[in-house]
Design a protein around this ligand. Sequence first.
Ligand code: GLC
Length: 381
Amino acid sequence: MSVENAAIDATVRSILEAAWQPAGYTTPNPRIYPWQWLWDSCFHAILWGLLGDRRALVELESVFACQTDSGFVPHMGYHTDPDAALDLWGRAGASTITQPPMYAHALRVLADLGFEPPGDLVEATRAGLGFLWEHRMRDEGLLVVVHPWETGCDDSPRWDAWVPPPYGKAAWDHSKRSLLRSIRTDADGAAVANPAFEVTSVAFNALCAFNAREYATLSGDAAWRHRADALAARLAGRWDAHRGTFVDTDAPSGTIPTLEALLPLLVTDATGVSPAWEALGDPDRFDARYGPRGVDRRHPAYDPNAYWRGPTWPQLDYLLWVAAVRAGRREDARRIAERTTRGAVASGFAEYWNPDTGVGRGAVPQSWTGLVLAMETGVGP
Ligand code: GLC
């Protein structure tokens, strides 16, 4: 291990140790985000695995602690105080919405690292993906999210059609809470529909297709490979060459060129969408000294300091790095890893940061920013 990698390894270890909870999960940040979040914990599991620590599997088990019989996995778990958000969700212990099912990817990476996947985790993963395909698949062959929080990209300009500009965090928080009220849940409290917000987010669909592929690799289940391929084919059809982005739905804001909308690069044939790779490497669009911009800098919505509206988010960078490595785009992978690591270090391992200055924003430190260790050591793809 190089001197730089050893320093990053030590930093990540100390961030994760400080955020670890006796209840069996790592908080994104112990003070600002004291609960468990689904996709964060999947990334944390990868990091514990990289550090050779069996808490990798403990953390994944806790992701499924509140899984319902229908397979639904909540996006938040309130393990230490089940009533903490009873008013918000109308149920104890966990939320009623979900987040990208990154558990299949985490389990596949852990298997590669030598952690034998326990049978119950493999089955929970299958059931989690099964819920999405059963309850969220719509006629057009794409899955819907029923709330912006389900994408993990909370204040993305892609939701501007529901929360009109100008952007203000307080107004958005208010609107997102209103959108919770129209969610329809099944008997176990799992969100299945929302007349006020159903979006075929290309970012969410890309992560579902990617995780379905990871599950197929792990289990050898050909049916899941077919499902993943069918979803990936639908996504490829959402590439809009004129706008230079994959497009969500009919809502106009679903065409705004955001970074998360490039996630279909994880599963679509790289040759058909090479302009998307070019956009990622273009300093007039996404490329910046401290990591990719969260929104194309040419778009009026771009703000390098505003939550989800321009800063660099390390978990997205990691996913695009995985996409680049898998597509054999070594120069893209190297550039993403190098810039993101520079930003992570400059920002004090912040939750997200300004892509031009590296000044940290949100929680500092944030556990998932440790993903730069995966990029530096080549673990993940
Ligand atoms: C913010 C992010 C979300 C993340 C959570 C915990 O809400 O938008 O993606 O899961 O924080 O880190």
